[in-house]
Design a binder for this molecule. Structure first.
Ligand code: MG
Length: 282
């Protein structure tokens, strides 16, 4: 595959991504998939998805975990509900991530990914060490399936994420960089963060957003690619500078407005291919 193939974040039966059929209609060659609900993750279910992907000539580049009970309603709710950080659900969700890793293996997909949640800030605390430990456990399982684990950015600053990954100390742990999340969560300037994460970035989202009035306290606003504060041209140039050549995966999370979602993903494809094709020739 050529460098920088366009991708799109899709959902089968869960999550905020677009339907697989839209990826096909728009001629997008790679996808990330939001893992299906528990109960739809068997080898047979995976085989059915794989068959569809093969028919469409689409490659799955990452399977994202997501869980019942997660809510992105506002930042405090994310702290309480998202990822492997909340203790009450941690072990159940770890077991689910292992199931998702198996599902991804059946798809022939070498990457699993997730929002880990808000990692505790005090790296001397027991709660921090527990999150390191659960991440190691999942890395080891993914390794057994020949996979890497990518942590979605947003909740942490780039510096905190680099430290966390260094503390976990597993060679299949990397970053799925989402520039819009840095803005939405108020976790730092995206271009600066991308430079700080550098070689740890092994998959990316193309999503745009505007800074909120109170970064880190209230959400910024997700907008159409190119209309926000990311600066897509500079984003692409920075990806090139850090040596990233993988898929450019569009994420647009407005499934309640399917026509608008499709139109804006189509727009994003044009924005990206314009910039990319010029960069390929220079
Ligand atoms: Mg994202």
């Amino acid at each position: 595959m050529e460098n920088w193939p366009v991708g799109v974040f899709t959902s089968i039966d869960a999550g905020l991504g677009v339907d697989l059929g839209v990826a096909r209609e728009l001629g997008i060659p790679t996808i990330q998939i939001h893992a299906p609900h528990a109960g739809n993750r068997s080898a047979d279910s995976a085989a059915a998805v794989k068959k569809r992907l093969d028919e469409f000539d689409i490659t799955a580049t990452a399977v994202f975990g997501g869980f019942e009970g997660e809510s992105y309603a506002d930042i405090p709710t994310v702290v309480k509900t998202v990822g492997l950080v909340p203790e009450a659900t941690r072990q159940d969700r770890l077991a689910e991530m292992k199931e998702i890793s198996d599902f991804a293996k059946h798809l022939g997909c070498p990457v699993i990914a997730l929002h880990l949640g808000f990692v505790p800030h005090d790296s001397d605390s027991q709660s921090y060490r527990d999150v390191v430990e659960v991440t190691r456990d999942l890395c080891q399982y993914a390794q057994g399936n020949g996979q890497s684990l990518h942590l979605e950015t947003g909740q942490e600053t780039a510096v905190a994420l680099v430290e966390f990954i260094s503390d976990v100390a597993r060679d299949n742990l990397f970053v799925n960089f989402d520039p819009a999340n840095m803005i939405l969560y108020g976790a730092g300037e995206p271009i600066e963060a991308l430079n700080q994460l550098g070689q740890l970035v092994r998959s990316v989202h193309f999503k745009d957003a505007k800074w909120g009035d109170k970064p880190g306290v209230e959400w910024g606003q997700e907008v159409r690619l190119g209309d926000g504060d990311v600066n897509i041209q500079q984003y692409m140039e920075t990806l090139k500078a850090i040596g990233y050549e993988g898929p450019l995966t569009i994420e647009r999370e407005i499934p309640q407005q399917p026509q608008r979602q499709k139109d804006e993903i189509g727009h994003a494809v044009r924005v990206i291919t314009n910039i990319r094709d010029k960069m390929r020739t220079t």
